[in-house]
Design a protein around this ligand. Structure first.
Ligand code: ADP
Length: 255
């Protein structure tokens, strides 16, 4: 089977005047379909630079990056944008939802930018389906400020899913959430991964990385450790508990 991500001896050097910063220094890496990878490392180790390259937001100085067998090295800016739109979904630390726009409209946004045109009638159906996957179909008409942090991040995950990406790239997706909500969001990622979506996330929290299946440690622009997570945490039970609690609360309110 061909890997969905193949990095071959990737380097990224930033030049600021006279000073050169070697942010990524010879990273070779393969990620297969269905993997759930956490990239860890201290501040300045090169995680964001690596994620920007994986996300086709930036180009390596040297080396080859094949995304789903497409060589991204020679692509023009707009070709990279199209590839990004078709193959990747992004989740950010700060949710990045439009404030005066409802949850379902936020989820529809990537379809407006998709090179593959989605008929307007289909947009709403697809956005609602994505919201349903993250358990928020009943909040579709809420504005972001009417949702909790965890719910906002789930809307952002639905938005990332709506163009049916091959890979979800998440940059510190639990960085703005308390620990209980972080586990809830990791539960959503675990469920999506169980359904076959490949996930790559950056996190500096060791316990969050334990919900993933593979951990990479980056130091000084190099991958210094790459290992399967032996004692993986599963938050599905937590999710079930939360769902039961929500259902119970609904029953109590409706009684
Ligand atoms: P991390 O995400 O692990 O904190 P980064 O990838 O942001 O690490 O940064 C890696 C190194 O590259 C750091 O030394 C940082 O200062 C440097 N760097 C990142 N982006 C730039 C840039 N645009 N110009 C110059 N140096 C940069």
């Amino acid at each position: 089977m061909k890997p969905v991500v193949q990095l071959e001896d990737i380097y990224k050097t930033y030049t600021n005047g006279e000073v050169q910063v070697h942010a990524v220094r010879g990273v070779s890496l393969q990620i297969q379909a269905g993997e759930f990878v956490a990239i860890m490392g201290s501040s300045g180790s090169g995680k964001s630079t690596l994620m920007n390259i994986l996300g086709c937001l930036d180009r390596p100085t040297k080396g080859r990056y094949l995304l789903d067998s497409v060589d991204t090295s020679d692509l023009e800016r707009n070709e990279r944008a199209d590839l990004r739109n078709q193959k990747l979904g992004f989740v950010f630390q700060g949710f990045n939802l439009l404030a005066r726009t409802t949850a379902v409209e936020n989820v529809e946004l990537p379809m407006l930018y998709s090179p593959i045109r989605v008929p307007p009638s289909e947009m709403r159906t697809r956005a609602m389906k994505a919201l349903d996957i993250v358990g928020l179909a009943d909040r579709a008409d809420h504005l972001p400020n009417q949702l909790s942090g965890g719910q906002q991040q789930r809307v952002a995950i639905a938005r990332a899913l709506v163009n049916h990406p091959q890979i979800l790239l998440a940059d510190e997706p639990t960085g703005n959430l308390d620990s209980r909500t972080s586990v809830e969001v990791m539960g959503v990622f675990q469920r999506l991964n169980d359904q076959g979506i490949t996930i790559v996330m950056v996190t500096h929290e060791l316990d969050i990385a334990h919900y993933c299946k593979r951990n990479l440690i980056v130091r000084d622009g190099k991958v210094v450790r790459d290992e399967a997570v032996a004692d993986r945490l599963i938050s599905a039970v937590e999710m079930e508990k939360l769902r039961n609690a929500e259902a119970a609360a609904k029953l109590i309110h409706s009684a």
